[in-house]
Design a protein around this ligand. Sequence first.
Ligand code: PEP
Length: 250
Amino acid sequence: MRPKIIAGNWKMNLSEKEALALATGLKEKLPSRLGDKKAVVFPSSIHLASVARILENSPVSVGAQNIYPSPLTAMTGETGPDQLSELGIGFALVGHSERRQFLKETSVFCNQKISYLAKNGFTAIYCVGETLEEREAGKTFEVLSKQIQEGLGSIPSDIFPRIWVAYEPVWAIGTGKVASPAQAQEAHAFIRKEISGLFQNGKSIADTTPILYGGSVKADNVKELLGQPDIDGGLVGGASQKLDSFLALF
Ligand code: PEP
């Protein structure tokens, strides 16, 4: 059985005061609503240490929005997994579309990050998804296939359990346009099939890999999306950045 997961991507949207207040509110109010779901939040790097301290000993996990795949080294401006470990942080997003689009992050570089994270005991959440132009040109599955092959190819099966995937159609992120449950389910089933094809006996690996949907998830659509057989949770931006709308997802 795959867990149901709600992951909140706080991006670069919150001030320190807002991030700490949100973390404090979640610590107080989320445990009674969580049920059997898992919750993870991704504050921006400058707030990681303080948010992790607030959420220590709570059921809400904390992750980084990005990492550089290396031990402690001379790499200005980046954050390393060893530094996250010291804070008890065990999750990281990889390949969010904003990083792909504006910082030219490639699936090949994502592969290095995912592999480094999973080998070092972290859970990596690999984001994939097509743009509107790609969808309208009938290229959705071609794009997803390339992102899966390049991003997850040659990752050994023994560390694959520490990888989650997030399907985030770029046209649905922060736009208020949500993929229909059927569109999302179709893409998730395709991604699961692609993961299965990465290994000789890949079905059991694919069947246990959580695949989250991201793109304008809110209280009024989360239940139907998470009710689809291949949708294991949501990677949520806007609605995770305010206490009431985050709590309403559970
Ligand atoms: C995201 O940040 O990954 C995202 C899906 O944002 P939103 O929920 O605001 O569309």
